[in-house]
Design a protein around this ligand. Structure first.
Ligand code: NDP
Length: 330
């Protein structure tokens, strides 16, 4: 078996030296436990936060210990009637080839309804994040003009498409390459999209949204958030989901500098964590699973082969190498 441990905490951008890839004995399941062979693991931006020791909503990974994250796998041995060999399960013990779980720690998934990988992305945590943020936090209404950053990523691509399907007037996305911009418009049905590396975000957003925006779904923070505040209409709602542009900074970010506009525009800016919104999961699956099944909501996955390549896949995720959900096939 193989596991990936945190070797050291990054200062600024993480590097491969921050990870240790270690060969270990296959763990044995105890009474009431099962052994799962992991098939795919998730790499996610929030893991950057857990690599540092700063106090945050999720506890830091411990140096020298195997890292944690979402995974899907197959039960290969079981000492509990609740899990049978052959069952496919979703659980939180990624970054390793084999995991020992209790039935409470593993959710059975129905691979007949959707490919198992989808439960790590569009029908899993990132899909629910998009759904909860758009509906509950940004309180999306038909007719809204919606701007989403990180739009070609796992969360952003679902936000933009859902907004469109729910009757947005106009959906605008930003992403970091010309190919991603093309993908947003041609494949995912965005009305407008721009490459934030081409010119100042505020200028490009103002051009793409001449009548302003009613909702901003923030995955990026910094200059993007400043631009969204500048383009926001009165009573606009901003759902703050992530700020990936600042995760590797060692100094406080330079933007946003225009927070005083919150007052006159009566902006509602709310941060949220998907973990608080699992009460919406049944509703989310009921609404979104059929859209995925019949192809009205498209999803991409960028799948890297081999657990040993997971650290590189994580670095590549932070650098924007993924379109849609970044996964590692064990
Ligand atoms: P993505 O699939 O969107 O992957 C991350 C993307 O971020 C990259 O592909 C890259 O795309 C983009 N990026 C990297 N650096 C920058 C930068 N400096 N400026 C702008 N874009 C950048 O990841 P997820 O969909 O999993 O996550 C998206 C966001 O949602 C993250 O901020 C994450 O932390 C947050 N999140 C929050 C949750 C919550 O509960 N609040 C739950 C899940 C995710 P590009 O090529 O476009 O630069």
């Amino acid at each position: 078996a193989t596991e990936i441990r945190l070797a050291s905490r990054p200062h600024g951008a993480p590097t491969l030296e921050n990870f240790d890839i270690v060969d270990v004995e296959v763990p044995r399941p105890g009474v009431g436990e099962a052994l799962v062979r992991n098939l795919e693991i998730s790499v996610d931006p929030y893991m950057r936060g857990r690599m540092s020791s700063a106090k945050s909503y999720a506890p830091p990974y411990e140096v020298g210990k195997v890292m944690l994250g979402g995974a899907v796998g197959e039960v290969v041995e079981s000492n509990t009637d609740a899990l049978r060999p052959g069952d496919l399960v979703l659980h939180g013990f990624g970054w390793r080839s084999h995991a020992v779980v209790t039935p409470e720690q593993a959710h059975k998934i129905n691979a007949g309804a959707a490919p198992r990988e989808a439960y790590l992305g569009v029908l899993g945590m990132t899909g629910l994040t998009a759904y909860a943020g758009l509906t509950e936090i940004a309180r999306f209404q038909p007719g809204d003009t919606v701007f989403v950053s990180g739009a070609a990523g796992a969360v952003g691509s679902v936000v933009g498409q859902l907004a469109k399907l729910k009757g947005a007037k106009r959906v605008i996305g930003s992403a970091g390459s010309a190919e991603k911009v093309r993908h947003l418009i041609d494949d995912l049905g965005f009305d407008a999209a721009f490459n934030y590396k081409d010119a100042p975000v505020a200028e490009q957003l103002a051009q793409a949204a001449p009548e302003g925006i009613d909702v901003y779904f923030d995955n990026v923070g910094g200059e993007h958030l400043e631009a969204a505040i500048a383009s926001a209409n009165v009573h606009a709602r901003i759902a703050v989901c992530g700020m990936i542009s600042i995760y590797n900074l060692t100094e406080p970010p330079a933007a946003p500098r225009n927070l005083s506009q919150i007052i006159g525009k009566r902006l509602d800016i709310r941060g949220f964590l998907v973990g608080d919104h699992y009460d919406l999961q049944a509703k989310f699956l009921e609404e979104v699973a059929p859209l995925v099944r019949d192809g009205r909501l498209k999803y991409e996955e960028t799948i890297v082969e081999g657990l040993r390549n997971a650290p590189q896949a994580f670095l590549d995720l932070l650098a924007g190498a993924n379109t849609g959900k970044m996964l590692v096939r064990v």
